[in-house]
Design a protein around this ligand. Structure first.
Ligand SMILES: [Zn+2]
Ligand SMILES: [Zn+2]
Length: 267
């Protein structure tokens, strides 16, 4: 039985799907639970879009929906995906405690204020950009630490204009990636396994199997599963395949955060 711990609704700038539609679709798939994690991306350049979360309404609205629609077999939790940048770390620290969120994903969506989704990020040498991406994750998780799971590490490779670079998200950046993994283990954070990469045509989830194996080797115990769905078709995408992959690496359970505390669920 799966729990999708990374899901968006129309509270996110890049989703049009009302939360109730996500709830109904997830229930129909037979999941045992879902956690909403809509985007909070403060200080996000307006030329790319709008990612400020309607904080006054977000938690109260979804909490009410969660209470009305949860059953003994299907639980709905409310969290948030925080787009980290060093200059907004203090503000994020404050916001994550404004309401009783169950789960906070810490993600890196901007590198030096540029969104790698857009071409302007990739001007110059792509491999140097990828190094800079990993460096900025390290800076981010050293500035904002009040998250539970590190979101979609290595997702930026999806957008690399050089297809050769997509083949290996670990070895060419081994030192940096190891430093990130060691840091989250030291801080007792989880590593998110995000199947959004598979949906976008990558051979692996984010992060790649190589990075997940390395995390396990280094002693990483906590993992969360999320499909990063922005509409019903993405919910729990390829979770069966991810389950097999994780069992092969040696994981037997995944974590679901309730009231910011991990609970173990068997894979
Ligand atoms: Zn994200
Ligand atoms: Zn997301």
């Amino acid at each position: 039985m799966f729990w999708d711990n990374h899901m968006h609704s129309s509270f996110s700038g890049d989703s049009d799907t009302p939360a109730i539609q996500m709830i109904n679709a997830a229930r129909a798939l037979g999941l045992c639970g879902i956690t909403f994690t809509d985007h909070l991306d403060l200080d996000y350049p307006s030329k790319y879009g709008f990612f400020d979360l309607d904080l006054k309404n977000y938690y109260p609205t979804l909490k009410k929906l969660a209470e009305e629609n949860s059953t003994p077999d299907f639980t709905i939790l409310v969290g948030m995906e925080v787009g980290i940048q060093p200059q907004i770390a203090k503000e994020c620290d404050r916001i994550v405690h404004e309401y009783d969120y169950d789960f906070i994903i810490g993600s890196t969506h901007l590198v030096d204020k540029i969104d790698p989704y857009f071409d302007d990020f990739w001007q110059g040498k792509p491999q140097q950009k990828l190094v800079r991406y990993y460096e900025s994750i390290l800076e981010n998780i050293n500035s904002f630490t009040d998250f539970d799971s590190l979101g979609h590490l290595d997702y930026v490779f999806r957008y690399s204009p050089d297809p050769l670079l997509k083949a290996d998200t670990y070895r060419p950046y081994k030192e940096l990636v190891d430093e990130i993994l060691i840091q989250i283990i030291r801080m007792d954070k989880a590593l998110e396994i995000n199947s959004g990469g598979l949906r976008k045509g990558m051979p692996d989830p984010n992060p790649s199997a190589d990075i997940i194996k390395r995390y396990k080797e280094l002693g990483g115990k906590l993992i969360t599963l999320g499909a990063d769905a922005h509409n019903p078709t993405g919910i729990a995408y390829e979770f069966d395949m991810i389950k097999e992959m994780l069992l092969g690496i040696g994981y037997k359970e995944f974590a679901v955060y309730k009231n910011r505390k991990p609970e173990a669920f068997p894979l």
